[in-house]
Write a protein that binds this ligand. Structure first.
Ligand code: ATP
Length: 355
């Protein structure tokens, strides 16, 4: 296995579109690194450049100690798994797995050994003699993963490999991929627009926006301290509430009078917005201690929790995560208070985290 270094990667398509704008990534040997971002942010282009399927305009890519800029995909010793399974329809599972190895000219015994090993890891034993049309979507994707495994590449590149699967299967496959990555100690770059997938899989996550990296961090870091307003609005379901605040007498106050715990090092004389997670707020009976008057706009009951949308002090759409046992009717007069951790605070003009 090998780490991957991406340095000042820039990709401008002939029509002038800048898909990747000076991106730096340092992916560790044996790391499961996720690239996350909305549609069109440049994830796939970055991955394809690493694979050698797309030539970057400028910038360098190293896999291990090798500068691979001028190497064709076949010589980069990486394996890619895409959203579409791309199995050979006329071949049985065992031959789909063996195909890339036979193409490399490996001896028969070695092909046999590797196919069996990958089949064991991906639990494909009973499926080895079936053709793709006799497999479910999830099974086909497991075969596609196994086909990447048999090659024992220096790194795996995955582009939304679970997108076409239903929710339950996605969760199962997520667990399998994570387990497999750990067992193999594989370097893996995983592209997704699904933050749940990113949070549950990644050792670290790079959040991309308009071809640029907004933040790189562990799932915990990007959840607790999103580096920009973009990240704050992207991570979490529902995401952070963005509440205009002022610093007054050593406290942080919203216009509606909500008092928040101020983080240290708050800048003065700037317009600030606090990012407050829905679970850091609480809907209370009206008049409760430290609460401000609010009104319930709507409630989404999700079984294990309720997301209340409340209105207070002129600020609409504040989302609050509550246990399912705490029930308030729509339009009820309630209280709203901050109970959770110190919020992240952003400068409105730069949109960056300042404290
Ligand atoms: P998605 O999740 O929708 O696949 P992405 O983050 O992977 O999105 P890319 O496919 O890397 O995004 O595309 C980044 C930008 O480059 C987009 O604005 C896209 O329209 C543009 N783009 C991609 N391929 C080309 C091309 N061949 N010519 C011109 N522009 C392109």
């Amino acid at each position: 296995m090998a780490g991957i270094e991406v340095t000042a990667l820039h990709k401008r398509y002939p029509d002038g579109t800048v898909a990747v704008d000076h991106v730096d990534l340092s992916i560790g040997d044996g790391e499961l690194f996720v690239m996350l971002g909305p549609s069109g942010c440049g994830k796939t282009t970055t991955l394809r450049a690493i694979a050698g399927l797309e030539r970057q305009t400028t910038g360098d890519i190293h896999i291990g100690n090798t500068l691979v800029n001028d190497l064709p995909p076949a010589d980069r010793d990486i394996a890619m798994v895409f959203q579409f399974y791309a199995l050979y329809p006329h071949l049985k599972t065992r031959d789909n797995l063996a195909f890339p190895l036979r193409a490399e000219g490996l001896p028969k015994a070695e092909v046999h050994k590797r196919v069996n090993e990958a089949a064991r890891l991906m639990q494909l034993g009973p499926l080895l003699d079936r053709r793709p049309r006799q497999l479910s979507g999830g099974e086909q994707q497991r075969v596609a993963l196994a086909r990447a495994l048999v090659r024992r590449p220096r790194a795996f590149l995955m582009d939304e490999p679970l997108t076409n699967l239903d929710a339950e299967l996605r969760a199962d496959m997520r667990t399998e991929i994570k387990h497999l990555q750990g067992e193999l100690g594989a370097t893996m770059v995983y592209v997704t627009h699904d933050q749940v997938e990113a949070m549950s899989l990644g050792h670290r996550i790079a959040i991309l926006n308009k071809g640029r990296v907004e933040q790189i961090g562990t799932p915990l870091e990007v959840y607790d301290r999103p580096a920009s307003l973009f990240c704050a609005a992207f991570i979490g379901s529902p995401p952070m509430n963005l509440i205009e605040v002022e610093v007054a007498d050593g406290t942080l106050r919203s216009k509606g009078g909500l008092v928040l715990t101020p983080p240290p090092g708050l800048p003065r004389d700037r317009s600030l917005v606090a990012g407050v997670r829905p679970e850091a707020l609480e809907v209370t009976e009206p008049g409760a201690e430290r609460s401000v008057p609010a009104r319930v706009v709507s409630a989404e009951w999700l079984g294990d929790e309720i997301i209340y949308v409340v209105d207070y002090g002129g600020q609409h759409d504040v989302r609050v995560r509550m246990p399912p046992t705490v029930r308030f009717a729509t339009d009820a007069r309630v209280g709203l208070r901050h109970t959770g951790a110190t919020p992240a605070v952003y400068d409105v003009s730069t949109e960056e985290l300042v404290a």
